[in-house]
Design a protein around this ligand. Sequence first.
Ligand SMILES: Nc1ncnc2c1ncn2[C@@H]1O[C@H](COP(=O)(O)OP(=O)(O)OP(=O)(O)O)[C@@H](O)[C@H]1O
Ligand SMILES: [Mg+2]
Length: 177
Amino acid sequence: MIIAVTGTPGVGKTTVSKLLAQKLGYEYVSLKDYAMEKGIGEMKGDELEVEVDELAYNFERDFKGKNVVVDGHLSHFLNADLVVVLRAHPKLIGERLTERGYSREKVGENVEAELVDVILVEALEENENVVEVDTTGKTPEEVVNEILELIEKGVRRRVGVVDWSRVYDDVIPYLRL
Ligand SMILES: Nc1ncnc2c1ncn2[C@@H]1O[C@H](COP(=O)(O)OP(=O)(O)OP(=O)(O)O)[C@@H](O)[C@H]1O
Ligand SMILES: [Mg+2]
């Protein structure tokens, strides 16, 4: 099956996807690397801009019927059997992206996206089978075990596990107000 792991930049997609793929014995695919290999999209500054329909079309042709964990903040636009939306306290997103040297603008944009569930909403528009996992205060191993348990139990939908509106005050310094 095709498992798409998505979420706000810095939420832990790559870390979790690689470990999940390893534990399941699935192929790991970075969607960004795949797009670049296939020459889908173009670089705009330091960001790759892709046409999601073209990406989904190519991915389907190359991976349909295979067992893969696909990692990327656009992976919920693919025709996946299960979409895992990773969540993290927006303050963690702010801290991680600041540490990576992202601009204040870019950090703010992503903290705000996590705060108001942007990726979750997009994923729900695209796919019935969406499970959310809160990574806050958990190790990558714990997160992966939680995903494995959901898969084993056949859970295909579990949303509404976080509500960052309650922590709004903690992230005001990161917001572009
Ligand atoms: N429970 C957790 N799950 C995943 N990552 C975690 C967790 N706790 C801490 N981390 C750390 O958070 C960071 C997440 O980085 P990672 O590159 O995996 O994020 P990403 O979502 O792939 O980012 P990007 O969108 O930029 O590719 C890593 O340094 C990882 O060790
Ligand atoms: Mg990544």
